[in-house]
Design a protein around this ligand. Sequence first.
Ligand code: NAD
Ligand code: IPM
Ligand code: MN
Length: 369
Amino acid sequence: TDTRKLLVLPGDGIGPEVMREVAKVVTWLTAHRGLKLDIAEELVGGASLAKHGVPIRDEVIALAKEADAVLFGSVGDPAWSHVGFDKRPEVAILRLRQELELFANLRPAKVFDALLDASTLKPDVVRGLDIMIVRETVGGIYFGEPRGIETLPDGSRRGVNTEVYTTAEIERVARGAFDLARVRDNRVCSVEKCNVMESGLLWKQVVTDLHARDYADVELSHMLADNCAMQLVRNPRQFDVLVTGNLFGDLLSDLASMLTGSLGMLPSATLGAVQESGKRHALYEPIHGSAPDIAGQGIANPLAQILSFAMLLRYSFGREDDAVLIETAVSNVLASGFRTADIMSEGMARVSTAVMGDAVVQELRKLTD
Ligand code: NAD
Ligand code: IPM
Ligand code: MN
């Protein structure tokens, strides 16, 4: 059958608000483009903690493994910010990444012409920007052992996290980056801090060896992470694909989002390895969080979530045409002047989350008339 299994996990804060706008797009594609979906929806994060006492239930992990793709909103709720680490909403996304072995998080930062004014950088610096950050997501300091908070004999405490990377972990994410570069501008910049960290030194060596062995046709450069943050602001268009570890990738992608105008614009895909069956676990989510500061007001930008669904259609469902259709609709809607508060500039029409979603669907209709 050509029916695909989709697991939808809206989560907390603005997660459910922006997911409602994706639902409109899904409904339209189902009615007009022959998309056939078997959709399940579950609670995760603070919403799951409130109802089930855990950030994500084992049943939901199992559903995610069975699904052809997972569409994730965002998790995080200040109400749970003082509980232990096993009871934090964020555990939901961390567990999903780990248990589905979603090691390559693709975070594209693309500038829509219509949003040149929304960026805090000069239009000349960001015009035409199209970079892809490949962030490692199941290793590094997020998961390394030992970790914890311990009380010392004198009563003071010590917080510990450990950055760990193995050859295999570095190689598989680097392969993903090189493969992507080949269908883009053929350039990879590998980012670490080999000047102070052994894990960074190993990272650089493994990427260099893999490049020489299997990817000599791709242009490879190396950059220290602090310099990379600076270069992303100074001249972001020098980059094509960036590949980096879990923590640096988290920071650099939030930074890159502002080049495009807003954190509310950036989608992502987190992919696992292709299995023997040909299947590949995949989860799609915006890079932003639950935005408690604006949750419940109906003003969040739904475009990152909608563009995440476009990535899902592209990478998991093989529906490139529909992915492009959605991306074109988003681009046209922005060109028509629709703006949520985060990308608002003078002379534009400030609209709510729901109106932005409606505008995208309206544009999908126009494009296929
Ligand atoms: P955040 O990304 O939620 O918000 C940062 C800022 O960007 C806020 O001012 C917010 O209003 C704005 N923003 C984010 N998305 C927006 C959108 N779609 N439209 C308009 N404005 C938007 O980061 P934070 O405030 O540091 O974290 C809030 C919570 O989210 C925390 O609990 C954090 O752990 C969690 N978080 C979750 C994910 C995830 O689920 N993948 C990602 C990042 C943060
Ligand atoms: C992200 C988020 C997560 C991360 C948190 C919520 C665990 O910031 O997806 O970028 O740090 O990976
Ligand atoms: Mn983040």
